[in-house]
Design a protein around this ligand. Structure first.
Ligand SMILES: [Zn+2]
Length: 453
């Protein structure tokens, strides 16, 4: 096997940032090199002072395959991910049909997608209201976690009540897996939503007014409580409020095994943006106030956030369009896998002084750890998979719809000017994205399984 030396870079790991290089052999990292020094290798590539980060592990994305492939699919979804510096994606069990809630459906999904992806991937299973006895099979087959909803998901994926939350958490603790939880209070959000619709509200603000911060906070606190009682492993997905992050931090202090995720859109866009943008920026929990965006950044900068994930949740424009005149009728979900890293560099690194070490920790090392893929993924240590991204940290560029690899090219960030551009993405030593193009064949991406922790 030949060796390849990427020299003259600035390396950013979760621990440190330093001028140096990376030596790889075949699919794996051989060593990290400090300083701009010569190393004997079969091939040398000069990165001319570009930044080199561990490839991102996006722990939350919906690719809709099988069943809703016209929404995205593993091929276009993974191409967009690669263009965004993501080298491993953890794909959600819902918004595909049927949802991944038992062994047969997981195996069927794996069969359907096996020749599609250009980056590595693993699957989530689901915890719904009638599949407790399927969790063991799914664990055996290597799902990285179980997604569950406290509030209605809006699709053919049944929400759970506290009985099954308790049981699922207990199971996760026993086998060393994790429950990934959408935390919003079902009864209050439903009540408020019905009230608004009964009053004839169709405006955009009615969407976020029906899902207030308190309905998220109560659910987060309750979930942490049950994780404590059931001795489970809990990962709360897409937290949109600082008070929710603080609730998780307090639970951690009590010894609860809970981790917190947020998403780029909660750190960038606010309610006023939502009123301006409309259905393209509709999601749940909804976008919050500008004060909340700033407060959430404080939590990120204070080290309280475990992972940042895209929650890439695509659909056709036909699903979104009815929301232009009646926000209740537009599909909820933001397409964001390709823009996650540029958003975080622009809004975090440049505007708020987010250290690259923290960025690498939240977008790569931590998700790999929480979902049982570390240190094969999420690391640049010798022996790890050679998954990395080369970034021009200062390059300014403006997103156009035709830049997007999504099957449906809508995004709340079209026309947004970023500072920081993904130039190359490597998966297991091979370039998959380079200078605007995907440079591997579909199917290069490998299926991964959770190693229990
Ligand atoms: Zn999601």
């Amino acid at each position: 096997m030949s060796t390849l030396y990427f020299k003259n870079a600035i390396i950013a790991t979760e621990e440190e940032v330093f001028p140096g290089g990376l030596v790889i052999e075949g699919e794996q990292v051989v060593s990290l090199v400090k300083g701009n020094v010569d190393v004997k290798a079969d091939l040398v590539e000069d990165l001319n002072g570009r930044f080199l980060l561990p490839g991102l592990v996006d722990d939350h994305a919906h690719f809709n395959e099988p069943g809703r492939t016209h929404w995205e699919g593993y091929l276009t979804g993974s191409m967009a991910a690669a263009a965004g510096g993501i080298t491993t994606v953890l794909e959600m069990p819902l918004n595909s049909t049927p949802p991944t809630i038992n062994r047969a459906q997981l195996l069927r999904k794996r069969q359907v997608v096996k020749d599609q992806a250009v980056i590595d991937y693993a699957q989530w299973g689901g915890l719904v209201n009638n599949n407790l006895e399927d969790l063991a099979d799914l664990h055996e087959d290597g799902v990285v976690g179980y997604k569950a909803f406290m509030s209605n998901s809006g699709v053919d994926f049944e929400r759970i009540d506290d009985d099954l939350l308790y049981a699922g958490l207990q199971f996760s603790g026993q086998v060393g897996n994790v429950i990934g939880l959408h935390a919003e209070n079902e009864y209050v959000t439903r009540f408020l939503g019905e009230k608004m619709r009964a009053a004839g509200r169709t405006d955009r603000a009615s969407w976020y007014e029906s899902r207030p911060p308190e309905s998220e906070l109560e659910a987060i606190r309750r979930a942490c409580y049950w994780a404590e009682v059931a001795k489970g492993n809990l990962h709360i997905v897409h937290i949109s409020i600082a008070e929710g992050m603080r609730a998780v931090a307090e639970a951690k202090k009590r010894g609860v095994r809970v981790t917190a995720e947020t998403c780029p859109h909660y750190l960038t866009l606010d309610q006023d943006d939502f009123v301006r943008l409309g259905p393209v920026a509709k999601c749940a929990p909804p976008l919050r106030s500008r004060q909340e965006v700033d407060a959430l950044w404080e939590c990120v900068l204070a080290g309280m956030v475990d992972t940042i994930a895209s929650d890439h949740s695509p659909c056709t424009w036909e699903e979104k369009a009815p929301g232009l005149t009646n926000i209740w009728k537009g599909w909820g979900g933001i397409s964001g896998i390709q823009t996650m890293l540029p958003v975080l560099i622009t809004e975090g690194v440049h505007k708020r002084g987010l250290p690259l070490t923290a960025l690498a920790r939240m977008t790569s090392s931590n998700p790999a750890r929480i979902f049982g893929l570390y240190p094969q993924k999420g690391s640049l240590m010798p022996g790890a998979d050679a998954d990395f991204v080369v970034v021009d940290l200062n390059k300014e560029w403006t997103l156009a719809a035709e830049d997007l690899f999504y099957k449906n090219k809508h995004s709340p960030y079209i026309g947004f000017t970023f500072r920081g551009k993904v130039e190359q993405t490597y998966v297991r030593g091979k370039p998959v994205y380079k200078d605007g193009m995907i440079v591997v064949e579909p199917g290069y991406g490998k299926a991964l399984r959770r190693s229990a922790q």
